[in-house]
Write a protein of this length. Structure first.
Length: 327
């Protein structure tokens, strides 16, 4: 029996997510054995409750969970191979936690490079794909050069060659950019390193980056916000459950993928849509979103130039320890 809330969500989402297709949930580093992103996991089931009535397929995507360049490359390769098996014109949504967001970001870079190389005879790995893996090395002349480690170079060449051949025969490929095969990339606590893994907006329609001042993992190894772009939004997240406290709290690194957030992720592009009269299609606005356990999220827009500052308030982390989560 459908509850009034389920009927409301079905009617509401039918007006904003009709173009959505397959949803992929990516875990972070060392998280390949976690439950939260799999069937019966709290986050997975929250997303499913929202998406399933509309016929969207949800897939947990498992990669190695490693932190090496090889792990990122192999994860992106596997994801593109999975994309190429989907029916033509199937839009894709990616919801990625932690370092899974960097796998997704490199996927967009690799996919866009393959797009451009598909119609040419180019067989060498483009510099834009090599650049994230350049390492600073001291020469015998005591000068510094930047090189890609031989094993990484070999893996990049193998990956590029195999994927280019696969794309040449794929029914998904279109030869024009932008195509936006990825409709939405939602990052959750991803360490942002755009000097290495910069999301290619030619193949991604919209990016929503969720972050929290109480997340001490994300700023430890990267930035908290993505660079300004009209189709990107940085959203500071707060959680509120009346059963656990009277006031909203800032979630920690793991709880930024809490089920309370998961049940509203597909609506974020509409919630964060730009209200400017001259806004371009798919434009987004950054802000602060409070997610409630018993009502729709409250979103307050902010200027990009005045992004909410990160906080080192240890009280937020202590308060957040009372929140349950799947490991």
């Amino acid at each position: 029996m459908l509850t009034p809330r389920t009927i409301f969500i079905m009617l509401y989402l039918s007006t904003i997510t009709a173009a959505y297709g397959d949803i992929f949930i990516l875990h972070g580093s060392f998280g390949s054995d976690s439950r939260w992103f799999r069937p019966n996991g709290t986050f997975y089931e929250a997303v499913k409750k929202q998406a399933a009535p509309l016929g969207h397929d949800i897939h947990p995507f498992i990669w190695s969970g490693g932190v090496s360049p090889q792990s990122i490359i192999e994860g992106a390769k596997s994801f593109i191979e999975r994309m190429l098996t989907l029916p033509p014109n199937t839009p894709i949504i990616i919801e990625a936690h932690s370092n899974g967001g960097n796998v997704a970001a490199f996927t967009t870079m690799l996919y866009a490079a393959l797009y451009k190389a598909q119609a040419t005879d180019e067989t060498e790995v483009p510099d834009i794909i090599r650049s994230p893996f350049l390492e600073k090395k001291l020469t015998k002349n005591r000068t510094y050069i930047y090189e890609v480690a031989p094993k990484v170079e070999s893996l990049l060449q193998e990956t590029f060659t195999e994927l280019k051949e696969a794309m040449n025969t794929s029914h998904r490929l279109r030869r024009t950019l932008p195509d936006y095969p990825i409709q939405l990339l939602c990052l959750m606590g991803t360490p942002i390193n755009t000097d290495r893994f910069d999301i290619n907006m030619q193949v991604v329609r919209q990016v929503i980056n969720l972050y929290s001042p109480a997340d001490f993992i994300q700023p430890l190894v990267g930035d908290q916000v993505v660079p300004i772009h009209e189709r990107r939004a940085n959203i500071q997240v707060k959680l509120h459950d009346v059963n656990l406290g009277a006031d909203p709290i800032d979630p920690c690194h793991k709880n930024i993928r809490n089920q309370i957030i998961g049940q509203w992720l597909l609506e974020l592009p509409d919630i964060a849509a730009s209200t400017k009269e001259d806004a371009a299609p798919y434009s987004l606005q950054s802000g602060i979103a409070t997610f409630y356990s018993d009502q729709p999220p409250l979103f307050v827009q902010t200027d990009e130039a005045n992004q909410p500052a990160s906080s080192d308030d240890s009280d937020s982390e202590e308060e957040d320890d009372s929140w349950p989560f799947d490991a």
